[in-house]
Design a protein around this ligand. Structure first.
Ligand code: FMN
Length: 167
């Protein structure tokens, strides 16, 4: 039986988008970007201040209306940049809006060396689902090709898990 897969991501500066697009293409999956109606707009050090603040206060920024309904997919792959050692606020919004249950889930993050509890925290918010894989991508801007290759390899590994005991 065929299964439907959705890759959901938030990206502030493009790294998570690049990895999400690679995975979606490799899995022949659909893709959904979480776009805050009003995102942080800072550059330089101030982006860490405003972004970090949102993580600490567990802010859930309002997202633009989803073009796809995550509930309609058997498998959902979720990607986030690491913000203040955790997942980005837009993904917090996604989790509470989509309220996923009984899905096969893959999680990944992009970071610059300190991912902290990002994936553990993300999985905590997905406890009514089956986690089929997790991965992290370090310094995507600096090591683009290496990370794209890593994403393709991971996707082919996920493919087996998506189809096994398939729905
Ligand atoms: C607000 C903010 C907080 C960040 N906090 C961390 C962090 O705690 N650890 C880390 O390794 N990188 C951190 N970063 C760097 C990003 O995780 C990294 O550059 C990531 O690849 C960006 O993904 P994106 O291009 O999809 O937005 C932070 C970046 C921002 C904007």
């Amino acid at each position: 039986m065929s299964t439907k897969t959705l890759v959901v991501y938030y990206s502030y500066e493009g790294s998570t988008r690049a990895i999400a697009q690679t995975i979606a293409q490799a899995l022949d999956a659909e893709i959904l970007e979480c776009r805050p109606v009003k995102d942080i707009s800072s550059k330089g050090l101030m982006k860490y201040v405003w972004g970090g603040r949102q993580v600490i206060f567990k802010t859930r920024p309002q997202l633009e209306t989803f073009e796809k309904n995550p509930g309609n997919y058997d498998t959902v792959i979720i990607g986030t940049p690491v913000w203040a050692f955790s997942y980005a606020p837009a993904i917090r919004s996604f989790l509470s809006q989509a309220n996923l249950t009984n899905k096969k889930i893959g999680v990944f993050c992009c970071h610059e060396g300190t991912k902290g509890k990002t994936l553990a925290n993300l999985k905590k918010g997905l406890s009514d689902n089956t986690i089929i894989g997790e991965n992290d991508f370090l310094n995507v801007v600096k090591n683009k090709q290496e990370n794209i290759t890593k994403a393709k390899t991971w996707a082919s590994n996920l493919k087996d898990k998506i189809t096994e005991a398939g729905k």
